[in-house]
Design a protein around this ligand. Structure first.
Ligand code: ZN
Length: 319
């Protein structure tokens, strides 16, 4: 087993900007690069392996070939690979949307639902997100607000800053608004019910809305959001580790490496590294891979210790 360097799958959605190529060095053929899917086995955007014997093959292909132990014991609770990780550059507002629960999505879409978490990497001053509602609504009030175009008057707007973490359970109405660059860890699903799209046109037409399904799945109670990561920074073993979010689906940590540290991929889970700042190098046996800002590496479960050298900050995700 070796660590795998992953080539991101890119999306040129209408609200994207150019910071993923410009600031994160991600090579993109697009004018607007909205999303880089940096850990993905989803058919809508597969990662390709860049190193070793698997170079040129997709991550899904490798996982099928290697069998279930490659992703670790905790992944065995899921029918398919559990998470999808993206870097998102919102130059413009994203549509206001909601994702269904597992139960609803498996019944209606044949995919998992989507709970997601956002880690704010950078943003303009006064940038904000939409997180649920500013007061409790009834189904009738929600429907009327959508139909009458007054939805934005009853949503909860939350100002954000770099380092904020927002956990977004399925059923929470949400939107990333303009000027935000973030990392998203989410369930491996691409089911989105769009509720409001600011009247925008794409190729001369409005994008599809999914109002009935959104009304079925949206939590209409007001829920506060404070942006606080779950844990405090802890200094250990040559680095500072901060627990960002942990739930039954995934755990996200931030690791700030000063010069050198060791991370172990044991049998419980694969480990995903996404470099979010600085420059580093990962070493495991004969394998040496760069970990520059924007780069993504997958450690198979049971790989053991890897060494990380350099001054680099990583988003570390396990299940
Ligand atoms: Zn979402």
């Amino acid at each position: 087993m070796v660590p795998l360097k992953l080539k991101p799958a890119l999306k040129d959605y209408i609200w994207g900007g150019n910071r993923l190529p410009r600031v994160f060095g991600i090579e993109s053929p697009y004018d607007k690069t909205a999303e880089a899917w940096v850990l993905s086995c989803h058919p809508d955007g597969e990662n390709e392996i860049e190193n070793g014997a698997y170079a040129g093959r997709t991550l899904s292909d490798v996982l099928n070939n290697e069998g279930r132990a490659y992703c670790g014991k905790h992944s065995e609770a899921f029918d398919f690979f559990p998470v999808l990780i993206k870097l998102i550059d919102a130059k413009d507002d994203l549509s206001v949307q909601v994702h269904p629960s597992d139960a609803y999505a498996l019944e209606h879409e044949g995919q998992y639902g989507k709970t997601e978490a956002w880690y704010i990497l950078d943003c303009e001053e006064d940038a904000e997100i939409i997180y649920g509602f500013s007061r409790d609504l009834t189904k009738e009030e929600f429907r009327a607000a959508i139909e009458q175009g007054t939805l934005l008057s009853c949503v909860n707007r939350v100002k954000v800053k770099p380092g904020d973490l927002f956990f977004i359970p399925s059923g929470t109405l949400h939107a990333i608004c303009k000027g935000i660059l973030l990392a998203e860890v989410q369930q491996n699903s691409n089911v989105t019910y769009r509720v409001y799209d600011y009247g925008r046109l794409q190729n001369g037409k409005p994008r599809q809305l999914h109002i009935e399904k959104a009304i079925d799945v949206t939590n209409l109670s007001a829920v506060p959001a404070d942006g606080k990561p779950q844990g405090e920074p802890e200094v250990k073993n040559g680095c500072t580790e901060t627990l960002l979010a942990s739930c039954n689906l995934f755990t996200m940590r931030r690791l700030d490496v000063e010069e050198q540290t060791t991370v172990c991929a044991d049998n419980s889970s694969f480990v995903s590294f996404v470099a979010i700042d600085g420059n580093g190098v990962l070493c495991h046996g004969d394998t040496v891979l760069t970990l520059y800002k924007g780069e993504s590496i997958f450690l198979p479960a049971g790989l053991g210790d890897v060494e990380i050298l350099g001054k680099v900050s990583l988003l570390v995700t396990t299940v």
